[in-house]
Design a protein around this ligand. Structure first.
Ligand code: HAM
Length: 428
């Protein structure tokens, strides 16, 4: 029998694991320095958790199962509903604002394509318990900080900001009834992917006439907030939403992240729970799927049985980021190397060599040696294959003078070191 991995699910050989670790380490570093603390949730949730507010798209992509007790469960496709559930369960005892991050392994039954798999790791950073634009700005800043941390400049990737609140207010301003909005948002979200005729036809079916569809399209394409408002009209709700997103953008400029951020009102977001500023990060050429996406979701905790509590945050997957870093040559050399390689030179030296291996390893120095007792030249070859910086040769010098030879493999220089001084010498 010839077994293969399940479609859309990845194997991580050491080479791919090194890339995953490089990305996850950067996610954790950036989270911590931006003041987020780590949490985690379970891999399974009751299916209903995602039915409440995530939207039809994600529900149609669930890997679901029924357990032996007949309960409907799902492998988590996102962590935001779990975060809301967890915060709700302890809301009175958690100091606010709650700033949490996590790196869950998520599953979605999507059609696998470049940048999209059926499982992925997703960094999430969220602030719960603040209605302040500062909370949104801090999340976007954290995302920008990550882009810079992994070596991506504003010429490589940017964050495109919009406002779900402004779009909803704009739809109301052009006369779209509130009960039609939920069906229209996913169409506007997919507008870039539809030919114009198909877009108009879908809009018409959802109850948007040609004039409304035209005005909303021009609103989405507007290069400035003022021009966008000009397309739909300056109602109170439009102006309030405009104020919010302007403020977030000003804060980002003040934090020095302005270069990475731009207005793009075509960003709608696929998930149903967003209520305010929303954003997506893309590669500059827009040749890949979104690197990250997020925004404000002020009703989700309440919809899941908790208090009304403002929340905002984003998710970033490992797959598109990994592709972009590889394409741009921004992945460092991730080859695993050992610090030292211990070589036994001569009969009866192996026990002493092993003793040195153990001592160095206990001291935190990664140390290799050869399983086979073989010629010194072969052991040197093994040392360079392992990328060792230094070789420690344990030979007759040990029996004669209680010394070993330490060879710097890059420089080719070697010197004798007293056995009892070896650790100190190596640590220096
Ligand atoms: P999302 O836009 O569905 O948002 O996903 C965010 C990111 O996760 C995407 O931009 C992408 O990098 C990655 N991602 C999503 N699906 C896949 C997939 N099938 N394969 C590979 N990567 C994928 C959310 O999940 C929200 N819960 C984020 C959020 C947190 N909003 C507020 N807080």
């Amino acid at each position: 029998m010839n077994f293969q991995s399940v479609k859309g699910f990845r194997d991580f050989y050491p080479e791919q694991m090194a890339v995953r670790n490089h990305i996850c380490d950067a996610w954790r570093r950036v989270s911590v320095r931006n003041g987020f603390v780590e949490y985690d949730g379970p891999m399974l949730e009751y299916l209903d958790l995602f039915r409440v507010k995530s939207g039809d798209e994600i529900v149609s992509q669930l890997f679901s199962l029924t357990d032996r007790g007949g309960r409907e469960l799902a492998l988590c496709p996102e962590i935001t509903p779990t975060l809301a559930r967890m915060v709700n369960a302890k809301v009175s005892s958690l100091p606010r604002p709650i700033k949490w991050f996590c790196v869950p392994h998520l599953c979605r039954a999507e059609n696998p394509q470049r940048g999209r798999g059926r499982e992925f790791f997703q960094w999430n950073a969220d602030v719960v318990g603040s209605d302040e634009p500062l909370a949104d700005a801090e999340c976007v800043f954290t995302l920008v900080d990550l882009l810079a941390e992994v070596g991506l400049s504003p010429g490589d990737a940017t964050v495109r900001l919009a406002s779900r609140a402004l779009l909803v207010a704009g739809l109301a301003a052009v006369g779209v009834p509130a009960d039609k909005v939920a069906a229209i948002l996913p169409i506007l979200d997919k507008r870039d992917k539809l030919p114009p005729e198909a877009f108009e036809e879908t809009c018409a079916k959802a109850g948007l006439n040609a004039d409304q569809a035209g005005r909303i399209s021009r609103f989405q394409d507007a290069p400035t907030l003022d021009e966008a408002v000009g397309q739909v009209g300056a109602t109170d709700a439009v102006l309030a939403a405009k104020r919010d997103i302007s403020q977030v953008m000003q804060l980002l400029a003040a934090m020095g992240a302005g270069e990475y951020c731009r207005l793009d009102l075509r960003v709608v977001r696929g998930l149903a729970y967003y209520t305010g500023v929303v954003y997506e990060a893309f590669d500059a050429e827009r040749s890949l799927r979104a690197l990250a996406g997020g925004g404000r979701y002020d009703n989700l905790l309440e919809a899941l049985g908790g208090p009304k509590l403002g929340a905002t945050g984003f998710g970033m997957g490992d797959i598109v980021l990994g592709i972009l870093l590889a394409d741009k040559g921004k992945l460092p050399d991730l080859t695993e190397r050992c610090d030292c390689f211990v070589i036994d030179a001569g009969e009866g030296m192996f026990d002493a060599a092993l003793g040195i291996v153990a001592e160095l390893r206990r001291a935190g120095i990664s140390t290799g040696f050869s399983y086979k007792r073989q010629a010194v030249a072969k052991q040197f070859k093994a040392a360079s294959q392992r990328g060792a910086a230094k070789a420690i040769v344990v030979g007759q010098e040990l029996t004669q003078a209680n010394e070993v030879v330490v060879k710097d493999l890059a420089a080719g220089e070697q010197r004798r070191v007293r056995r009892d001084q070896l650790l100190n010498e190596l640590k220096r």
